[in-house]
Write a protein that binds this ligand. Sequence first.
Ligand code: VGL
Ligand code: ZN
Length: 208
Amino acid sequence: MKALLLIDIQNGFCPGGNLPVPDGDAVVPVANRLIRDGGYDVIVASQDWHPADHGSFASQHPGAKVFDKGVLSGQPQVLWPDHCVQGTQDAEFHPDLDIGSVDYIQQKGENPAVDSYSAFRDNDRGALTGLAAYLKAQRVQELDICGLATDYCVKFSALDARDMLPELTVRFVSDASRGIDREGVASAIAEMRARGIGIVTSDDILSD
Ligand code: VGL
Ligand code: ZN
């Protein structure tokens, strides 16, 4: 079984959102083509889903500024602007994303005491989200990952897929993804490649 994992294609990470990724909304038409014509058996979307007092927000740390580096649950933590707060429009999927074709939505980042870049588990590796168990139950053997942001949630999800589901073939779809920081994207791609993750474009998939 082949699965597509769409990471955090939410208003908050698109232009006009609270933590906009440059050109973030450009992933939407590419993701929709993959959903429609990519030949996937299972489509999964993750959704960053924070309580208003989430510890990754600079607003929760007196004196801290947005994008300062701090620590949360023992892990290095960028202190983000408030984003993707549960129930707000910022947390909704991009309105043009074909969410009706998604089989399973994995919310993450609900525990205020720890961040969860990965759709599979918290950054301190304490709690699992349940996504690995879902993919196993679906007998997924091939997993393609894309979305927002390449240098954070996409990268951590892809690396966790390798670690937690070592029997899977994992690929990163570059043109269906955008990152926060240029250099961060380059090193994220190098890191994924070094860990055995295939780097492909949507054309490679759609022309199969
Ligand atoms: C993300 C920063 C904070 C992401 C989520 O989806 O990459 N980045 N929360
Ligand atoms: Zn977040």
